[in-house]
Write a new protein. Structure first.
Length: 168
């Protein structure tokens, strides 16, 4: 199978990326079970690139990332999960490349490192109020091909995503 980087080069010319087709059934299942929005995000350089989302059935849906959008890794839950796949030196280099942007958004290097430690300890990223105080999300990273990572995340209004449900 082609790797994530090869797929990203061809995204503009493709209607459906193979990774979307591969994970869509799982995403539909998670959306059906949780009732909430499920996002598929890949690492694209220093950014988290949202490839697909599946909406659940709960009447209030959280769409914290639009399909095709890019966010600096760490800004959203999927990006936080993807940060946890980086060795510490790469995390520090990423921060140095984008220090001004991170600082404008309230992220110090220490805060990013704390997020990574918390994600690794819990085995999932938790975005409690990360983008908006009314929104909570969880995400897990996974390796698609050697060295290429993606993340699945679920976002919901904060009243639906307490600590017990985030872990679940």
């Amino acid at each position: 199978r082609p790797g994530i980087r090869a797929m990203q080069l061809g995204l503009v010319a493709m209607n459906r990326a193979p990774i979307i087709e591969r994970f869509r059934p799982m995403m539909k299942s998670i959306a059906r079970i949780t009732g909430d929005t499920v996002f598929l995000t890949v690492r694209n350089g220093d950014y988290a690139h949202c490839l697909h989302l599946e909406k659940g059935t709960f009447p209030v849906q959280v769409v914290i990332s639009l399909v095709g959008s890019f966010r600096l890794m760490g800004e959203g839950t999927a990006g936080q999960a993807l940060l946890a796949t980086l060795p510490r030196t790469q995390l520090q280099e990423l921060y140095q490349r984008h220090a001004d942007e991170y600082l404008r958004k309230g992220f110090t290097l220490d805060r990013l490192e704390q997020m990574v430690r918390k994600t690794l300890k819990a085995q999932y990223a938790s975005g409690v109020g990360l983008i908006d105080q009314r929104v909570n999300a969880v995400g897990i990273p996974f390796e698609v091909t050697p060295g290429c990572y993606a993340a699945l995340s679920v976002g919901a209004i904060d009243s639906r995503m307490d600590a017990k449900r985030r872990k679940e």
